[in-house]
Design a protein around this ligand. Structure first.
Ligand code: 4AZ
Length: 274
């Protein structure tokens, strides 16, 4: 009896799994629920109305890295250790901090989405716990090669037609696509250029549900081989097979700016080079 039940359960799992791979757009989009506290550097950013709007990464006890375009949401609070949005105000693992100061990358341009980086300095240090960890950046990050499988995570939209943040933190694997390809009209018909300071990544397999970041995931990390390589930045809609997501790349120039700011807040207030 137990064995036949197990067999039935396995068959059902198989059918459901196959279905989830063939039904088209599923639920980030096409992702899966993240195990509680398994991404302890993920930050959730709230506006002044206490609504969650963007993701981010906790670099150290007082610094969070996110996307410059999240500025438009009037972000003023950061929560760490969040599992579900609905429990984020009562969950004992969660630490909330106000944004004390903020710095957009001096060369950020909202028209071209270039240098979409934003650093938030928290009002008070966040403590490391089992649920919360700092993720310091590497000194240099090499350009991820075409075909590299990376992970994206966030509480952003899980379906393009439902304009509501996901209650659960979701993650998905996306594959790096080379800039040359991403700049072809088929992949990019908007006139935005994918520069060497950006990375584009999406779903390259023909027979799989499209996986992508979407609205609300912005500012969250693009993790490749366990290190942060980028920041969720923009896209032409979401989960469109030929319109991959675009990420701000943590290029040498970007890392230098981040590390410079963290060391000395008056570092580089003006855009020197594009
Ligand atoms: C957004 O609106 C956004 N598909 C983020 C990522 C992507 C599209 C839009 C990528 O914040």
């Amino acid at each position: 009896m137990a064995r036949s039940l197990l067999a039935l359960a396995k068959t059902l799992c198989f059918i459901l799994h196959v279905q989830s791979c063939t039904c088209g757009e599923a639920e980030i989009i096409g992702g899966k629920k993240v195990k509680a506290h398994s991404l302890p550097h993920m930050a959730l950013l709230y506006n002044s109305e206490e609504e969650p709007r963007c993701g981010g990464t906790l670099l150290s006890s007082t610094w969070v890295l996110t996307a410059a375009h999240c500025f438009k949401y009037k972000i003023d609070t950061v929560r760490l250790g969040v599992v579900t949005i609905k429990n984020s105000k009562t969950d004992g693992f969660v630490q909330a901090r106000k944004v004390a100061r903020q710095y957009q990358h001096p060369c950020y341009n909202a028209d071209t989405n270039i240098h979409d980086l934003w650093l938030l300095k928290l009002s008070q240090a966040v403590e490391e716990t089992t649920a919360i960890k700092y993720l310091p950046l590497a000194n240099t990050i090499s350009d991820p090669k075409e075909g590299t499988i990376c992970m994206v995570a966030g509480w952003g939209l899980v379906k393009v037609d439902i304009k509501e943040m996901s209650d659960d933190l979701m993650s998905a694997d996306v594959t790096v696509i080379k800039r040359e390809t991403c700049n072809l009209t088929k992949y990019n018909n908007t006139g935005y250029t994918i520069t060497s300071d950006m990375v584009c990544a999406g779903t390259v397999e023909e027979n799989q549900v499209v996986r992508d970041t979407c609205q609300g995931d912005s500012g969250g990390p693009l993790m490749c081989n366990g290190e942060q390589v980028g920041i969720t930045s923009f896209g032409i809609g979401c989960a469109n097979r030929t319109k991959p997501g675009v990420y701000a790349f943590l290029s040498k120039q970007h890392i230098d700016w981040i590390n410079g700011k963290i060391k000395n807040e008056s570092y580089s207030e003006e855009c020197a080079t594009q």
